[in-house]
Design a protein around this ligand. Structure first.
Ligand SMILES: *Cc1c(COP(=O)(O)O)cnc(C)c1O
Length: 456
């Protein structure tokens, strides 16, 4: 390979000289970065093309579909047809991390269990399912099948499925997005094609095929699978391509999480204000999921929400793009990294340009971590809280540890004028992004690997 490739008309060596952090990233060192470009939320919002009204519109659409979910997916009845996940404190895990790292963690450790979202068991059940629903609604309105005010359980009728079956949906995915789009799309009657990267787990492909979804497999990584999906959809006016790298619709579906989290935290008596800041740690792949959620949280909580993205050292594309300002014009492969990680949901070498640009003034920072840490924390969380998650979903769990002891991240609170009292009163919310649908044998293997690392 070219050891000094041109990136945006400049040799890599020049970028490296300008941004010393690139040396750490290239050496696969765990790297933390605080965003010097973060702005006060009001100022960031004034320059942002999306608003609270856009997120509320998405939320209203999901509310309209609750009627359909109660009929078509009885497992959603407990939540009234709303796809939502629990949030809770994890004090035993907090003690375990404190003992493991020999340092007290600030505030109280909580977890948001998007790993347990209904239908597809990952954070992709937010954006992915939302985009399928919006596509179905648009088509039904256009065909005059649906009029404003009609009950949405109509979508479960054969006439609706017959019309939607004239349309197709395509998507490129490392696994979970394909799972969400495939299950939801097939249920509504769409013909769905999922272009899977080499990282996608076999069970996800099998499950999709069992639902009548066409699964295309690629030996290459996520970006290639997306490009192929985009290309095939281009020539077909009846095909909707879910563009994980650029879709505003996906992004808004994810952002709805924040409106609901506020209700959940209020109910649980968790205060978020200047004296009680909220830190959120989100695993990041291409950026849409964590970006949408973080954007929503900044809309809801403003400057009292501090959002950090977590990525594997081999796939830290968002860290790379934001720290250099090159955004999606640089990939981890440009630095010679292989984009291979056990965190298959995060195996993305080039971040979303749309999300990187939009999030730049809102995000507090990023960090990367090695796979073995995710496995260790996977076993620790199973041991202490009886929660079984996939490796990707543990990436955020390392954030509170870094905030306590990493030289760069531990300096963040003081930089933003937060006192140690405020830090003690903070909520440290780890966003768990997937795992409840992993087959038990596969989960046992993940756990065994983590437990072996803990014992060694
Ligand atoms: C996709 C995914 C993420 C990250 O979402 P992006 O939109 O790709 O950034 C995190 N965790 C899991 C389990 C995922 O499947």
């Amino acid at each position: 390979m070219d050891l000094d490739p041109l990136i945006c008309h400049k040799p890599l060596s020049r970028w490296m000289a300008q941004h010393p952090i690139l040396r750490d990233i290239r050496a696969l060192r765990e790297t933390a970065w605080v965003n010097p470009g973060m702005l006060p939320t009001a100022q960031a919002l004034s320059g942002c093309p999306l608003t609270l009204a856009d997120v509320e519109d998405a939320s209203d659409r999901l509310d309209r579909f609750a009627d359909y979910f109660r009929t078509a997916f009885p497992e959603t009845r407990a939540w009234g047809g709303i796809l939502e996940s629990p949030v809770r404190a994890i004090p035993a895990m907090q003690h375990c991390l404190e003992a493991d790292h020999g340092i007290p963690l600030p505030g109280r450790l909580w977890i948001k269990l998007d790993s347990h979202l209904p239908i597809s068991g990952s954070i992709k059940a937010r954006g992915g399912i939302y985009e399928v629903l919006k596509t179905a609604e648009d088509i039904a309105l256009r065909h005059g099948l649906l009029r404003p005010g009609d009950p949405y359980r109509l979508f479960d009728r054969p006439e609706f499925r017959a019309v939607l079956s004239q349309y197709s949906i395509a998507v490129g995915s490392t696994g979970n997005l394909g799972l969400s789009i495939g299950i939801m799309g097939a249920k509504l009657g769409f013909r769905v094609t999922v272009h899977m990267s080499a990282d996608a787990r076999e069970w996800k492909k099998d499950l999709l095929r069992s639902k009548g979804v066409t699964v295309m497999e690629y030996p290459s990584d996520y970006s290639a699978a997306v490009a192929q999906g985009r290309k095939e959809a281009e020539d077909d006016p009846h095909c909707h391509f879910v563009d994980d790298e650029n879709s505003q619709t996906l992004f808004l579906g994810y952002a709805v999480a924040a409106l609901r989290l506020k209700v959940q935290l209020d109910r649980a008596g968790v205060r978020v204000d200047r004296e009680h800041p909220l830190f959120i740690y989100l695993p990041c792949g291409v950026g849409g999921g964590p970006g949408g959620v973080a954007f929503g949280l900044k809309l809801v909580y403003g400057d009292n929400a501090h959002c950090f993205f977590a990525e594997p050292t081999h796939s830290c594309c968002m860290l790379l793009g934001l720290a250099t300002g090159l955004n999606h014009h640089i990939s981890v492969q440009d630095l010679g990294l292989d984009n291979r990680t056990a965190a298959d949901g995060l195996a993305v070498g080039r971040a979303s340009g749309f999300v990187g640009k939009l999030l730049a003034p809102f995000l507090s920072g990023c960090y990367s971590l090695e796979d073995h840490r995710m496995y260790r924390m996977l076993a620790q969380l199973a041991n202490t809280e009886a929660l079984r998650l996939e490796p990707s979903a543990l990436a955020g769990m390392y954030g509170p540890v870094l905030l306590a002891k990493d030289p760069i991240l531990s300096a963040y609170p003081a930089q933003y004028g937060l006192t140690s009292t405020q830090l003690v009163q903070s909520t440290q919310l780890v966003w768990a992004t997937g795992g409840s649908m992993v087959p038990p044998e596969e989960m046992d293997r993940y756990y065994a690997k983590g437990q072996a690392l803990l014992n060694s």
